[in-house]
Design a protein around this ligand. Structure first.
Ligand code: SF4
Length: 398
């Protein structure tokens, strides 16, 4: 086998079955059914063929101020085969957490990986980069981390900021940001940079971006903050399994209350799902169904949004820009009895035809307050006007 085998050659020599590879390609297509020229309008076999004949892409992975969660999400899928497959498809030539070398040996390994694939490797950055006081808060091999980033990025074909910290600073950049933590695109210019925010981000998004780049020779379409549209074009709220409760006006009002136990909507506990672009509601963490923040009863923090996570208070509610039709729901902060919420929801559905009758009907329940359950509704302006959150601009949906 050649020193730089194709993906198919490498998989064959590693004993990976064709079935497993096709499975991985299917997952990739499920992650990015549209938005990638690699996966659009093609069968899974055609996608597998296109990937198979491509040389394994060289990936250099650098750590900065991070918790290693982005690496963990790559390695700790609940299906170990998937993690191995990803590492078989890409050639992870330098990764401080995974490599056995340390010290001078590790430094030599980095130089060697850069020299062998100069101009061709994909640089993945995990963690934010401290720039305050000339980067004194983090050194790698006796150099400021920011200098190492500049050197390695200078010979990369493209740079991927893996996770919210690498994308725009993440947790280390939270006020007062003692190290001057910033994301990759605040430092590197003149290179294609793709942001894959998330805490943690999806490893499938990483794989999809790398494979699109090496098989098709181009990057996926990005939004205005550098995220690939195929993965960040919808807000969580659109596909949230609690959405029916939102529409029906059933809200958890505090942790552990009856609404929370029943799995009702978490909007009033500060859920940022209505403004957060990500696919967490469709692809749960580590392949485990139901395992993602909202799935386990925690409001979404908005970790894929630059101006939400660590910028807004955890329990602060966000303005809602799109009201679910009909927009004649009664006010969101009107209290109603829990036992009657179902009836109110039914009335809401009927009101699709009856218009303002919904509002009149729901008013009959206003005096009751049996289970701390409150009724949503109102149009977007009403909510935004009532909310403290309206004072804090967030990205507006198209
Ligand atoms: Fe789901 Fe949050 Fe939207 Fe409620 S507000 S439906 S919990 S995304």
């Amino acid at each position: 086998m050649s020193k730089h085998p194709t993906i198919a050659e490498h998989l064959e020599s590693s004993g990976v079955s064709r079935r497993n590879f096709i499975q991985l390609c299917s997952m990739l297509m499920a992650t990015a059914p549209i938005g990638l020229s690699l996966t659009s309008k093609k069968s899974v076999l055609q996608v597998a063929q296109a990937i198979g004949k491509t040389k394994r892409p060289s990936v250099i992975w650098l750590h900065f101020q991070d918790c290693t969660g982005c690496t963990e999400t790559l390695l700790r899928t609940s299906a170990p085969d998937v993690a191995h497959l990803i590492l078989d498809v890409i050639s992870l030539d330098y990764h401080e957490t995974l490599m056995a070398a340390s010290g001078a040996q590790a430094e030599a390994a980095l130089r060697s990986a850069m020299a062998e694939n100069a101009g061709k490797y994909v640089l993945v950055v995990e963690g934010s980069i401290p720039v305050k006081d000339d980067g004194v808060y983090m050194e790698l091999g006796s150099k400021p981390g920011v200098q190492v980033l500049r050197e390695v990025a200078s010979q990369a074909a493209a740079v991927i900021a893996m996770g919210s910290c690498a994308s725009w600073g993440g947790i280390p950049s939270a006020d007062p940001n003692p190290t001057g933590a910033v994301g990759v695109d605040s430092i590197i210019t003149g290179k294609p940079i793709i942001n894959l925010p998330g805490c943690p981000p999806s490893p499938y998004n990483l794989l999809a971006v790398v494979l699109e780049y090496v098989t098709m020779g181009k990057l996926p379409e990005l939004d205005d903050i550098g995220r690939p549209r195929f993965a960040y074009d919808r807000v969580i709220h659109e596909n949230c399994p609690r959405r029916a409760h939102f529409d029906a006006g059933r809200f958890a009002a505090s942790f552990g209350d009856e609404g929370h136990k029943q799995g009702w909507c978490l909007y009033k506990l500060g859920c940022k799902g209505p403004v957060t672009h990500a696919a967490c509601s469709l692809r749960h963490f580590n392949e485990i169904p139901g395992v993602w923040p909202i799935g386990i009863g925690a409001p979404c923090l908005g970790c894929t949004e630059k101006n939400v996570v660590w910028k807004m208070a955890t329990f602060q509610t966000v303005p809602i820009h799109l009201a679910t039709p009909p927009d004649t729901y009664p006010p969101i902060y009107t209290s109603v009895g829990g036992a009657k919420v179902g009836a109110a929801a039914l009335a809401g559905a009927v009101a699709g035809a009856l218009g303002s009758a919904t509002y009149v009907y729901s008013q009959r329940f206003q005096s009751s307050h049996e289970a701390g359950v409150e009724r949503i509704g109102a149009d977007a302006n009403h909510i935004a006007g009532m909310d403290e959150a309206a004072k804090h601009p967030v990205q507006k949906e198209d």
